[in-house]
Write a protein that binds this ligand. Sequence first.
Ligand SMILES: [Zn+2]
Length: 265
Amino acid sequence: MMTTEAAVKQRLSPSAARAAQLAHLALTPRQEIVLLARALYREGWDDFEVGHITYRLPDDTFLTLPFERGWDEVRPEEILRIDIDGNVLEGDFSVTGAIVLHLEFHRLRPECDVTVHQHPRFTTVWSAIGKVPPAYDQRAAYLPDDQIAFYDDYSGGVNSVDEARAAVNALGDRSCAILRNHGAFVVANSIAQAFGRATSLEWRCQQAWHVEAAGGGHEMPQKGRDWLAQAIAVGCDGALPHQWPWAVRRELRADPALLQGEGIA
Ligand SMILES: [Zn+2]
């Protein structure tokens, strides 16, 4: 008899058609990080601050966004490659000093390849309210409660190694943090997983704000939350397989020339 874990995996595994669709997305790492920034911008990670994303390469250097470009306009040829100390190895733009939080995270959690920090509207609302919002619908429950930290020791900056290390330690082995009076920090093993987690966090915060502004509602039942958390973690490696390709197609429809002219493998 098939185990519960195996059954979930079989039910949610990509079909042959879907696998072919994913293979069609043969993106370079620079294209992936740009598409992640643009897709998240469209999902509310858009407060006109630059924020930061890092993406580990196989040689343990990192791609990151240039300080001089917004998330909705950055292009693959503008992406920087940096080392673990934040020195620019490739690229003509500059790196924000706040990148130290991301690099300390990569130093202490070498198993994770992607970090994302920004100030999405509804996550930032809950960062001011001062707690992790309840999950009121299934999309909100894609992120289990125990995957979201609330970091309340933030005092205005994460530009020093000590501050960054404290934030990383507060995150522990969780995948997301709400930073008090600041924003969100999300970590992942892939760009697709980062997109899934980041959009689930903001969705959860948005839905909770609306429900509670309307006077309150019923949280997702624990049984449903447990099933969804297991399905996402076990069956989909942390991200529903249709979401990232869908987001990529949307960005390429909006800017069909986006993948032209990168010039860097
Ligand atoms: Zn910030």
